[in-house]
Design a protein around this ligand. Structure first.
Ligand code: HEC
Length: 127
């Protein structure tokens, strides 16, 4: 019985010591190259998030945005298409900030794969 209580005290001491260490402050620093994601919409967090959520998730999921990648011009064309075909309203003075946000977070991706090989001398695997 005494051993059991001692075990609990020891365990609690370890938890308290473990939690009060430096680790708890390290966990809050986010590296600069990572973007925090809004847990409700899945969109990147920055100063224009509220604007984009209000203007761009009224008709469809934000997934249509997060799964897309386009240049500023490309995003502008998608907005024009939605305005002409899908009843999207005039974004007015908000449009530049929305385009800033979209091209910053969902811009054209850098090439992630190597280029295909060229000038290869192929040889038969079997004679
Ligand atoms: C008035 C309703 C409405 C609003 C508001 C709206 N959209 Fe759309 N959007 C649509 C419809 C409808 C589609 C077509 C959905 C489909 O094909 O299932 C669409 C499709 C898209 C697509 C997919 C385009 C493609 O080529 O596949 C993207 C990206 C998109 N919207 C982004 C946005 C952004 C960014 C905003 C904010 C500026 C926005 N939408 C606001 C109606 C809207």
């Amino acid at each position: 019985m005494i051993n059991y209580k001692f075990g609990i005290v020891l365990l609690l001491t370890m938890v308290v010591v473990g939690c009060s260490g430096e680790k708890s402050t390290q966990a809050t620093s986010i590296p600069d190259d990572l973007t925090a994601i809004d847990s409700v919409s899945g969109l990147a967090i920055d100063e224009n998030l509220a604007l984009v959520r209000a203007q761009c998730t009224a008709c469809h999921s934000a997934k249509l945005i997060t799964q897309n990648a386009a240049s500023r011009e490309g995003w502008e064309q998608m907005i024009r298409w939605m305005q002409q075909e899908q009843g999207l309203w005039d974004l007015g003075a908000n449009e530049p900030a929305i385009l800033d946000y979209l091209s910053k977070h969902y811009g054209v991706k850098k090439k992630g794969r190597r280029q295909p090989l060229t000038d290869i001398e192929w040889y038969p695997l079997k004679e």
